[in-house]
Ligand binder design. Sequence first.
Ligand code: 3NM
Ligand code: MG
Length: 575
Amino acid sequence: MPPPPVDYSVYLVTDPTPAILGAGRTVVEVVGAALAEPEKKHIGIVQLRDKNADARAMLATLAALHAYTAPAGAPLLVNDRVDVAVAAMARGHCEGVHLGQDDIDGATARKMLGPDAIIGVTASTVDEAVSACRDGADYLGLGTVFATTTKTNTKHVVGTAGIQRMLQALLEAGFGHIPAVCIGGIHTSNARRVVFQSGFRPATADTRDGTIADAAAPQGKELNGVAVVSAIMGAADPGAAAAALAEQVRLGKTRGPNDFYRAPSAAKAATEPVQVSPALVQRILQALHETTPLSHNMTNLVVQNIAANVALAVGASPIMSNSGAEALDLARLPGSALVINMGTVTPESLANYVKAIAAYNAAGRPVVFDPVGAGATDIRRAAVRTIMAAGYLDVIKGNEGEIQTVYLSGLNDEDRAREEAEAGAQRQQRGVDGSNTLDAAARRRLVRRLAAREKCVVVLTGAVDYVSDSRGERVAEVADGHPMLGEVTGTGCSLGTVISAAVSAAATLRKEDTNGEEIDTFTAVLAGMALYERAAARAAVLPSVHGPGTFVPAFLDELARCRRAAAANDMAWLA
Ligand code: 3NM
Ligand code: MG
């Protein structure tokens, strides 16, 4: 009878270093504690990793560990040492081996260990991943995701984008069925978003006008789980750490960090532009009014004042701070959300953004990215790549040139050349004002492709705004607002502020609060945009408004008025 399939959700790799284990603890004790209550099965597989131990000592440790792993149904593997695996398997104390790129190759190891051994291989590149599968690997460890102090001689830090590319290559090479875990710097605080963000999901097939073809979603490839050392070996309570990780991995597989509650599989792709019901918009704005979310803006001097005033007008609490160190504290405050506006980026501000993204990701709080002027200079294009690599961004909002730059910045040279040819001759984006060159179909396609790749909500602003959900499945069009918004500085940036507050507020709602309507970052973004654009449209036509100067105070008044109307459950403002 074949053994039951391995659960790769949480893969524990051991390390004997006292600095990780903590004083007075042994590997066997910690693994024993991590596997306490084996019936709960939080850990599906264990690897003994000890680069310095002698074969005899490893065999003894494997025997001791197997006493815990066997009752838990978790296979026990040994790192690097095929010889030790042969011996331990002969004694019934081991189920396989995990090999690096410098160890005995997988095909040879298979001959040595036989068909029943579990053989895993570490891969850091697309080629390594695919060849390991050709050599018969049973699973892959992909990494290094993040630089980690546990192993400093890692070859490549690939980030979630690198993991995604490897998963895509595996799928395309016909190895979509080979389980894959990622490794390096994974902890409870980032496991959910890493699992969600790393998965490869091809953009849903689209029709010529950029709407979604009514066909089954193409197949993707997700991570099966995460492999960790310090997150469990270094935890004060290894059992609790294992349980928490298992929960985060489960959430990452079924719901992304920006799905407040959604069924695991998305509703059938919509062929029509999606709309959010006025009742749901109203409910989200009520939550905004009631919860006064903290909108932390890392933004430039030009727009700080208007962004702060807009935040107040919509019922949020603004804090304008460009300090990455301060972000550590702010991210922990209840209801906080971060807006990164990279206008006037400098090396110093960039370093602060990176710190802040890490802090908000770790706290599980939303991040809105406004890639202001992204395509204007090489400095800004490089800043985009740094910010995109720094962590998970819940919402990316920009005009056409900015969104296109963000999209192209994540492609390899070959794909970029192809896409650029497809989109026609690329033009140099001159300033931060939008250049309107893509047609509606191309805009829809652009937001969906970027959203599907980055797994986040994408907003492309313009006379009509295009908004994609974080799976590239639903695209909404918002055609409200007023051209006057384009005549005043800071209005694009303060839309990011409103979005951050709406996302934060929506996350406090339960299904009971919304009449069962689905709610996620996508719906929250649309609610924030509805408020913003309706207020602008109302303000612009007031008799007191004669131009941009008189528009700003009237706009702030209307934002506050509409928000209060929503809070009082008066729907008239939305009409
Ligand atoms: N292999 P932690 S990174 C064992 O990149 C190992 O192949 C890596 O430790 C690789 O979970 C790593 O404490 C250490 O970050 C992972
Ligand atoms: Mg190795």
